[in-house]
Design a protein around this ligand. Structure first.
Ligand code: HEM
Length: 183
């Protein structure tokens, strides 16, 4: 037996709000992250160097980067990183980041690769948080933001799978049942 779930009713634009709310950031945590923005800007190149070093070290990920303008990609992911410290975790924030997730769906990249990169981002984020006037709280805040990014990447992939399955089988309830493994 499969039940209807409240989360199944949350669709399209409402997902942005749902995810933004899940973050549960306190005002003080937002303040701490904002204060760290200049430090994040200073360190973002170091983060992106580590990031692409790992991707270039593996044939399975390197393949996607061949022929790409790497300077542009360093800048793009650098901006994505610094945005974590802007203190505006609203629907637009989620929408922009979901679009970035979708770009990865569209290049045929398995979701495990972006998610496997989150430790590099977390490592740099935590080093930045260490320079805060309240390192423990700043780290906790940063981890919430990264949890949201993991959720967003997954959401981008799941949206696409569900959309195609709904097109194939004709209705969403059946598609969800199939994804659950119920025939
Ligand atoms: C936490 C993980 C990741 C983040 C935050 C991230 C972020 C980004 C951003 C911000 C862009 C620019 C999007 C735009 O044009 O607006 C981008 C593009 C791209 N990313 Fe990632 N990325 C991640 C993981 C990966 C991985 C694992 C690969 C595998 C090699 C990858 C390959 C690419 C490629 C090839 C593009 C260029 C797509 C195109 O325009 O053709 N990314 N990424």
């Amino acid at each position: 037996m499969s039940e209807e779930r409240k989360s199944w009713q949350i669709k399209d634009e409402a997902i942005y709000q749902d995810l933004a709310q899940m973050m549960d950031l306190e005002n003080e945590e937002i303040e701490l992250l904002k204060e760290l923005k200049p430090e994040a800007e200073n360190r973002s190149r170091e983060m992106t160097e580590d990031f692409y070093s790992r991707l270039f070290a593996h044939d399975t990920t390197k393949e996607y980067l061949e022929g790409k303008d790497m300077e542009h990609l360093h800048n793009m992911i650098g901006e994505w990183f610094v945005e974590i410290f802007k203190g505006e975790y609203n629907e637009d924030y989620v929408r922009r980041r979901l679009r970035i997730g979708q770009i990865h769906v569209e290049i045929g990249l398995p979701v495990r690769y972006p998610i496997a990169m989150m430790d590099i981002i977390t490592n740099h984020g935590e080093q930045i948080a260490e320079t805060s006037r309240d390192p423990a709280k700043a780290k906790a805040a940063f981890r919430k933001a990264i949890a949201l990014d993991v959720a967003i990447f997954n959401q981008a992939y799941e949206d696409k799978q569900l959309k195609h399955l709904v097109e194939l089988v004709g209705n969403e309830r059946l598609a969800r049942r199939l994804l659950q493994g119920i025939q």
